[in-house]
Design a protein around this ligand. Structure first.
Ligand SMILES: Cc1cc2nc3c(=O)[nH]c(=O)nc-3n(C[C@H](O)[C@H](O)[C@H](O)COP(=O)(O)O)c2cc1C
Length: 363
C-alpha cells in the first residue's frame, strides 16, 4: 500500500513525500525575470513547509516572449548563478525543486502588439482573443532548441528536473489541439503530427541533459470544448510520452475561472470533481501507463487525498492555491493536524502587486 509520507522516485529524483507544489507564477521577479529577495523567501518558506517537490512558476525560455509580468526567466546563462542559490536553499530542507519551462503564446494580454507571438496557426485564443503568427519550420526549430537549452541551464543551476508546460492553452497545448492547430505540414493534422512539436522538444532536451535528469510534462486532460483536444487523444499522448522516456505526467485542465460552473459535469465520459478536479482523468491515465501520474486541482483535504492514493494508481498530489494561503500545510498535516487547508479556492490570488493569498496570507 502506498503512503503519503513515504519516499518515492520520479525518474532518478527521490522525493520524500507525495506532495508537490504545483507551478505557481508569483509575479515577483525583476522586470527581466531575475530573482528577488521576496522570491527566495517564498521558496524557502515552501521548502520549510514540508512539500516533497516544488515546481517553480513557469519560466520563459526566450527573452522576447514573456506572457506575464514578474515571471522567472531562463532564457540565457545569466540566470544560472542565482538559481544555484535557489536550489541550494531548497535542498537545505530536503525538498526537491523542478523548473517549469514554458513558451506562453497567445494566451496573454500582456504587451501584445510589442512582440511577435508564435502560434501553430492564426487562430485567436478563445479567452484573450490574441492572434499569433503561424510558425515557420525554422521558428519551430528555434523554439525546440530554446526549450532544450533552458533545460540544460536548469540542470547546471542544480534543479532536480524540469517540467515542460504542455497544458493551459500555452504554445505546446495549442500544437496538440485540433482547434488551434490547423497546419497542413508534418506538425498538424493527425494526432501523431500534432504531437510532433512536444515530442521533439522532449527528445532534444533529453539529448542535452542525459537520462538521469527528470523531465516531467504537464498536460491538459481535455480541452472540454467541441472541436478541441479530447481526453481519448490525451491518453494516446501519455502513452507516447511514456514510450519516449518522460519521467512523470501532471494531469491538469484549463477550467480556471469556470470551475464552479463546470464541476459535476461530464466531459469525454468522465466527471469533473469538486475535490481533485481531474482525478477521474488522472486515474484512467494512471491505469494506462507505468510512469507516475500527478493530479492537480482543487485538493485541500488530506482525507480525500488519502482516498485517491488508496483507490487509484495516481502517485502524486500537486497543490497550488492552498500553499499560497498556508505554505506550511504539508508539515501541519504530517504533524497530525489533519484539518483541511484553509484555502477557499476563490482565485483572488493573482494581483498586480504579486500573486499571494489576499484572504489569509497577506504578504
Ligand atoms: C497564482 C497562480 C499562478 C499559477 N501559475 C501557474 C504556472 O506558472 N504554471 C502552471 O502550469 N500552472 C499555474 N497555475 C495553475 C496551478 O499550477 C494549478 O494547476 C491550479 O491552480 C489548480 O490547482 P489548485 O486548485 O491546487 O490551486 C497557477 C495558479 C495560480 C492560482
Amino acid at each position: 500500500m502506498k503512503a503519503l509520507f513515504e519516499q518515492s522516485n520520479i525518474g532518478k529524483m527521490q522525493v520524500k513525500n507525495r506532495f508537490i507544489r504545483s507551478a505557481t507564477w508569483e509575479n515577483m521577479t525583476t522586470e527581466d525575470g531575475h530573482m528577488t529577495d521576496k522570491l527566495y523567501d517564498i521558496y524557502e518558506e515552501l521548502a520549510q513547509g514540508g512539500v516533497g517537490l516544488i515546481i517553480t512558476g513557469y519560466a520563459n525560455i526566450v527573452i522576447e516572449e514573456q506572457p506575464n509580468p514578474g515571471m522567472m526567466g531562463i532564457y540565457d546563462d545569466s540566470f544560472i548563478d542565482e538559481y544555484q542559490k535557489l536550489t541550494e536553499l531548497v535542498h537545505t530542507y530536503d525538498s526537491k525543486i523542478v523548473m517549469q519551462l514554458a513558451y506562453g503564446g497567445t494566451k496573454t494580454t500582456h504587451n501584445v502588439g510589442e512582440r511577435i507571438i508564435y502560434a501553430p496557426s492564426e487562430v485567436a485564443e478563445k479567452g484573450t482573443n490574441t492572434l499569433g503568427k503561424s510558425m515557420t519550420k525554422a521558428e519551430i526549430d528555434y523554439i525546440i532548441h530554446a526549450f532544450a537549452l533552458s533545460a540544460k541551464r536548469a540542470q547546471q543551476a542544480g534543479f532536480d528536473g524540469v517540467e515542460i508546460h504542455g497544458a493551459h492553452t500555452y504554445l505546446i497545448n495549442q500544437f496538440l489541439s485540433p482547434y488551434y492547430n490547423r497546419r497542413t505540414d508534418q506538425y498538424g493534422g493527425s494526432l501523431e503530427n500534432r504531437m510532433r512539436f512536444l515530442v521533439e522538444v522532449f527528445l532534444q532536451m533529453r539529448k542535452l541533459v542525459g537520462d538521469d535528469f527528470s523531465i516531467m510534462v504537464k498536460l491538459t486532460a481535455s480541452e472540454f470544448f467541441e472541436g478541441g483536444l479530447t481526453f481519448a487523444e490525451t491518453r494516446v499522448i501519455c502513452k507516447t510520452l511514456e514510450n519516449i522516456g518522460v519521467d512523470a505526467i501532471e494531469i491538469s485542465g484549463n477550467i480556471h475561472g469556470k470551475a464552479s460552473t463546470m464541476i459535476g459535469q461530464y466531459f469525454d465520459g468522465y466527471q469533473l470533481q469538486e475535490e481533485g478536479y481531474f482525478v477521474e482523468y488522472g486515474k484512467a491515465i494512471s491505469d494506462d501507463v507505468d510512469i507516475p501520474i500527478i493530479t492537480v486541482g482543487g485538493l485541500a483535504n488530506i482525507e480525500t487525498i488519502e482516498t485517491i492514493l488508496g483507490t487509484t494508481n495516481i502517485a502524486y498530489f500537486a497543490i497550488a492555491r492552498p500553499l499560497l494561503s498556508e505554505p506550511h500545510l504539508i508539515k501541519r498535516w504530517q504533524a497530525g493536524d489533519r484539518r483541511p487547508g484553509i484555502c477557499e479556492h476563490c482565485s483572488k490570488c493573482r494581483t498586480r502587486r504579486g500573486n499571494f493569498c489576499v484572504v489569509h496570507n497577506k504578504r
